[in-house]
Ligand binder design. Sequence first.
Ligand SMILES: [Fe+2]
Length: 370
Amino acid sequence: MKISEIERLKKDLQATVKELSDSYEELSLLYKLSEEFSGLSVDEICKTLLMELRSLFQVKTSAILFLDKNRNVLKTKEFLGQWVHEIEFERENNIFWHVLETGKPLAVCDFQESKWKMQYVNNSAVIVAPLRGKKQDIGVLFLADKEDGLEFFSGDVKLLNTIAFLASLFIENALLTEEIQSFLIGTIRSFIKALEATSLWTAGHTERVTEYALGIASSMELDATVMEKLRICSLLHDIGKITIPRDILNKVDSLDDQEREEIMRHPVIGAEILSELKGFVDIIEGIRYHHEHYDGSGLHGLKEKEIPLLSRIIAVADAFDAMTSNRPYRQRKSLFEAVEEIKSLAGKQFDPEVVKAFLKWINVSPTAVR
Ligand SMILES: [Fe+2]
């Protein structure tokens, strides 16, 4: 074999090894992302994806633009590294619409000098990839502002497109799951409304508990994902009462032991009703334990942080609404009396941290209470 041939084979081999190693890195990355995206909500997937893209491509800006099919516009919540209200993008000479319509990624070295005209984009090098699910167009991925000030390579375009393809499948799935869940929640809420309509005294209870719980959570500065879980959990916390005979629920005279026991099955029944819902684990546990007492003297004997946070918050909101609502056998307490009673139960029935947040919220928003 000639020396030149050996040299050529050596180069071929090096190129193959490089290609294999790149493919291996790409596969490992896709595997890692799949693991990270699994079971997340749309918002969580987007947040994770944007963070990964920033570190992977060494860019300061990464954004996801969603296609709003009803209004036929592309919009984003985060753009150029800042949270903005929602920007809608025109169609004419717009790179985002072009990529979405052609389904092909595009890199532009000097955006200002290119044919693309667009508000907000001042960057020189940008890269855009389509987000397309199996059944629907989702939007586009946008990267700009390379940390080193350089342009994107063709390998960047290919890699971003592969990541966009993977992310699209997860986002589409999560969108579908959220659609089904919101339909289910809507149906369950109708049941609860029907339940409250047949009750002598619980009209509006669920909506008020939800409002109070979210008020407490906002003064605890909980993040948006927990707030959303709390909202659903509060709306559904008494769903188990659907199976309890009306005559017990509506009884004016005091309940006997057996009737009280029957009513107190509602947290467990509620958890069982929702047990098939994927992604609802925290919500289901929040419902199951919403009648626990912080000192361990409640329904299942769980105490302190053994009780899920959602349950500890709902417990205060639920009791506060009960205290400030009329019952056939007693008048409602005044706002002052109810607040004093909640305070006195901190560390006993309620988590002191939650009571503290409740007091902070009620001081700021006393008018939120009817
Ligand atoms: Fe309850």
